[in-house]
Design a protein around this ligand. Structure first.
Ligand code: BG6
Length: 478
């Protein structure tokens, strides 16, 4: 039997984040952000948080892909591919350079006005993340990042300003990108990028992580509520990194261990979508003697600010085994994870598992029955130009095709309510985990290299035309 097609209004597009593409880190009144003091690393070489900008370090995010200056050219290319939407974020430090000012920086707001106008000119719907691994550095050095409840107020102020300003240009919003990364508190990069806190420097790192999270959950709920008051037509989602953790074996201990490990993801969707803390986390806090400071009306705010949809990233699955508990906290692994013999991995060790995408869409939809939006998926790879100057990125096409096929099954066979699909890094950009240019995801190649060389010129990869056909055929021609 033939599958039903994707819905006609399915939002095909692509995704980036402000700090990974814009560059112009100190232009237009922008203040330094936490990423502006994060050096470039490599696979196996950690990025270093230097606190201040040091002359002898390389910070790829300072120039990134120079999107700040080249967005009209880039958006024309996205329009050529037929994009129906484009996901990016607003750099908080362009709007509030220090973060605690009473008034926003008008020049920063004007940049996003112009960017959104350019997208809308082509009928491309902006999908905007409010916090994508970027906050003013001042809020970290002076306030201690999201440990401090004052940062919650500053974030809500920033969100109110941009939602008010752009409400007629941007309908789809998300609060915190991959908010659950920091649950992996042993890896400093995750806490630092999610909330400006290095948990391993804290006396009670895990408890501190939950405190930070509480502030962000409340902030997210406040923003959802406020956004709906500003304009009831707005759709405001959460955003979760959805790496499913399979039991490595059918041994009941592995199955139970995997279920417990999945709470590291579900905690986030549970609070965002149900508006309260689930029993398993309250019990964990009690068992461990954690005290998470909450204010009297926080519970009500959480209840009243449930997200409208779940945005999720999906790159890989992992398998976990009880025997391995306590190990594997590296960037490419998770606690208790073991290599899955049934799937291959990318050069960066990310395990490629298209069926896992259908699996996560189903578990999320069964659990909440709320719309889902795959706002990241993709294949980071080293692209090489051939002698004709072409990039034949068949590996990327294969990866995306296989994932779209599974996504299609989730929609057309399983009945999942899926809003759209925005593969990551549609324009080559700086890698989050490694700070490299050479870990590329794009349909559009950006001529820039890890040593800083390159002129930022753009060219189309083979996947560019392939994805154009996918969109034009509404996912029928893969
Ligand atoms: C997600 C992030 O973790 O994955 C993006 O939301 C990131 O910011 C993407 O770039 C891919 O990760 P990386 O490390 O390959 O850039």
């Amino acid at each position: 039997m033939m599958n039903k097609p994707f819905p006609e209004n399915f939002m095909w597009g692509g995704a980036v984040a402000a700090h990974q593409v814009e560059g112009a880190w100190d232009k237009g009144g922008k203040g330094p952000s936490i990423v502006d003091v994060l050096t470039s690393g490599a696979h196996g070489v950690d990025r270093v948080i230097t606190a201040e900008i040091q002359d002898d370090c390389f910070y790829a995010n300072h120039e990134a892909s120079d999107f700040y200056h080249r967005y009209p050219e880039d958006i024309a290319l996205l329009a050529e591919m037929g994009f129906r939407c484009f996901r990016t974020s607003i750099a908080w430090s362009r709007i509030f350079p220090r973060g605690d000012e009473a008034e926003p920086n008008e020049e920063g707001l004007r940049f996003y006005d112009a960017l959104f106008d350019e997208l809308l000119k082509y009928g491309i719907e902006p999908v905007i993340t409010l916090s994508h691994f970027e906050m003013p550095n001042f809020l970290v050095t002076e306030y201690g990042g999201w440990k401090n409840r004052k940062v919650l107020e500053f974030f809500v102020r920033f969100s109110a300003v941009v939602i008010n300003r752009f409400q007629h240009k941007v309908k789809y919003w998300m609060t915190f990108n991959e908010i659950n990364n920091q649950r992996n508190w042993k890896t400093p990069l995750f806490g630092y990028c999610c909330s400006g806190v290095i948990f391993t420097h804290e006396p009670n790192p895990e408890e501190c992580m939950y405190q930070v999270l509480h502030h962000q959950f409340v902030a997210s709920a406040q923003v959802v509520k406020l956004g709906h008051e500003i304009n009831p037509a707005l759709q405001i989602g959460c955003m979760i990194a959805m790496v499913p953790l399979y039991p490595f074996s059918c041994h009941p201990d592995d199955v139970m261990y995997a279920q417990e490990a999945m709470r590291e993801r579900f905690l986030f969707s549970d609070v965002h979508m149900r508006g309260h803390y689930p029993a398993y986390i309250l019990n964990e806090w009690q068992r461990k003697g954690y005290h998470i400071a909450m204010e009297a009306d926080d519970a009500q705010i959480l209840r009243e600010g449930c997200a409208d949809y779940i945005g999720l990233s999906y790159y890989m699955s992992n398998a976990v085994s009880k025997e391995n508990a306590g190990s594997g906290t590296a960037l490419s692994g998770f606690e208790g994870s073991v290599p899955n013999p049934h799937v291959k991995a990318s050069d960066w060790g990310w395990q490629i598992d298209p069926v896992g995408l259908r699996y996560v869409l189903n578990i999320l939809y069964e659990r909440y029955e709320k719309p889902l939006f795959v706002v990241e998926n993709g294949f980071g790879a080293i692209d090489k130009m051939d002698e004709k100057g072409e990039i034949n990125d068949d590996y990327r096409i294969d990866y995306l095709r296989a994932h779209i096929e599974q996504m299609k099954k989730a929609v057309t066979e399983d009945g999942v309510d899926l809003m759209g699909y925005t593969p990551w890094g549609c324009i080559d950009c700086v890698s989050f985990t490694t700070g490299q240019y050479s870990k590329r995801y794009g349909f559009i190649y950006v001529n820039k290299n890890d040593d800083g060389s390159g002129d930022f010129s753009r060219s189309k990869k083979k996947s560019f035309d392939w994805y154009r056909r996918v969109i034009a055929s509404n996912g029928e021609e893969l």
